[in-house]
Structures are given as structure tokens and as C-alpha cells.
Design a protein. Structure first.
Length: 262
């Protein structure tokens, strides 16, 4: 596990996760629509604090949410829907998780980036129903008018200096022959109102801007710079964000090229 991936073991990072915007409701309609087999059980890998698992659990027979971080799972259990009877939590790397499929759908957010893809897919494939799909999702604000002002602040403080804005997780998995892509869709944009304070705090839920990685006083400097950048766009301390999600789905495979896995 890299140093940046290890930040998700920090309780402060797990706590800051609650400030991230939720997935649009359309995401869960589409996920349910991708389930064609019985039993209607879902495996959520790299589940974090359950941003996918918690809203999905009431709509299926069961969601098994697996994450390597105990603080993230503990946070998820305490958040709305975290104690739903259809939701089972497990703290484990996916490669050694206790799986009891079959699962009719597998979901994965950005945490899939940190996993060894070949080993991960080899672990889950025997536990899938015949038509089960892997759905890779991402979501967040789009068309932020303050983006140009925020970017240099992030670059100045980020611990990930090799960030590639053109990087495509699904494309990288496809390039290794590990996913037979069936479809990709973007949800309709929705408006999400968030306080400036919460907007700033969600940055500290990321691996590269966690408070625990910053020097003394650096987090306060970061927060002040972001607050100044977004203040012209705030209304009584609130920002209107435009949120959109992207879902890509297909069947994971074990065929891969000689240049390795993720």
C-alpha cells in the first residue's frame, strides 16, 4: 500500500468523507437496472464509508461492502443507512476477503485505482452470476466557475505531484485486457448546495490533501486560500455545485497483456 493510499486509514480522513457530495439518485436507478440475475446481491469493493452501498442496500437483497480501512467502515456504520439489515460490512483487502456469492453486480468507486486489478478480478470472478457486471463509478462537481483559481492552490499543497488530469481509470483497465466494456453513461447534472466550510473540508478527505500529510499551519493556509477563491461565488456562505456521475460497466476478465496489471 502506498503512502497516499494509507491516508484512508486515518480517522480524520474518514470523518471528512461525510462532506463529499452524495451520488445523484439516478446512479442507483441505473445500478438496479443493470441487475438481471437472481439473487439480487451486490458486492461493493473499496466501499469506503458506503457512499454507494448505503443508498443501494434498501433496493436489493443484500449489499456486501468491503474496504481495507477499519476507520472508513466504522464511519460508514454510523452514517445514514449504515445499519440497514440488507448491508453487510467487512474490513479486508478484496484479494483475501470472505466472499459468499453469487453476486449479480459488483460496484467500485475511485478506490479501484488503488487495487491490484489482476488479483482483484481473479478473486471476484468465481463469485459472479452469469450476467453480473462490474460498474466503475466516479462523481463530483463539474463546471465550477472558480476552478481556475482553485487549481494552483491544490497543486501547491497536494502530495500527489504527478497528477494526470487526462488519466482514465476504466481506460487503463481496458488497456490491460481486464474488462469487456459494455457501456458508459453520465447522469443528468444536479444542483447540490453546500456550505463553504463543508466544501473546503471535503478536500481533506482525499489522499493528497489529508490534514495528516500537511506541515503545521499548512491546512489553515490551504483552507484560507480556498475560502478566498470561492467567496465571490458564495451566497450567504453557501455554494451551488453542479454534480454529475459517470458509470462504466462490463464483465471483468483475466485476460491481460504482458505489460501487467494496475
Amino acid at each position: 500500500m502506498t503512502e497516499l493510499a494509507a491516508t484512508f486509514q486515518q480517522e480524520a480522513v474518514a470523518e471528512a468523507y461525510r462532506h463529499r457530495p452524495p451520488y445523484p439518485d439516478e446512479v442507483f436507478d441505473r445500478l438496479v437496472g443493470l441487475i438481471v440475475d437472481e439473487p439480487r446481491r451486490v458486492l461493493d469493493i473499496g466501499a469506503g464509508e458506503g457512499a454507494i452501498a448505503r443508498p443501494l442496500a434498501p433496493r436489493v437483497e443484500q449489499v456486501v461492502a468491503i474496504d481495507v480501512s477499519a476507520p472508513m467502515v466504522a464511519a460508514g456504520r454510523q452514517r445514514p443507512g449504515g445499519d440497514h439489515p440488507n448491508l453487510a460490512w467487512q474490513v479486508s483487502p478484496i484479494e483475501t476477503a470472505d466472499l459468499d456469492g453469487p453476486y449479480a453486480l459488483v460496484t467500485a468507486g475511485a478506490a479501484l485505482h488503488w487495487m491490484p486489478w489482476q488479483e482483484t478480478f481473479a478473486r471476484i470472478l468465481p463469485h459472479l452470476t452469469p450476467n453480473a457486471q462490474l460498474v466503475v463509478m466516479g462523481h463530483g462537481p463539474i463546471d465550477q466557475p472558480w476552478s481556475a483559481d482553485i487549481l494552483p492552490i491544490i497543486q501547491r499543497h497536494s502530495r500527489k505531484q504527478d497528477f494526470d488530469p487526462e488519466y482514465c481509470l476504466v481506460g487503463a483497465i481496458q488497456d490491460r485486457g481486464l474488462l469487456d466494456l459494455a457501456g458508459t453513461v453520465r447522469t443528468a447534472p444536479i444542483t447540490y448546495r453546500q456550505s463553504v466550510g463543508d466544501y473546503i473540508e471535503q478536500f481533506h478527505s482525499t489522499s493528497s490533501l489529508a490534514r495528516g500529510l500537511m506541515a503545521p499551519g499548512e491546512a489553515a493556509d490551504f483552507d484560507a486560500a480556498v475560502a478566498e477563491a470561492v467567496s465571490p461565488y458564495a451566497n450567504d456562505g453557501w455554494l451551488d455545485l453542479t454534480i454529475q456521475a459517470e458509470l462504466s460497466w462490463g464483465r471483468p476478465t483475466l485476460a491481460h497483456r504482458a505489460d501487467g496489471a494496475g
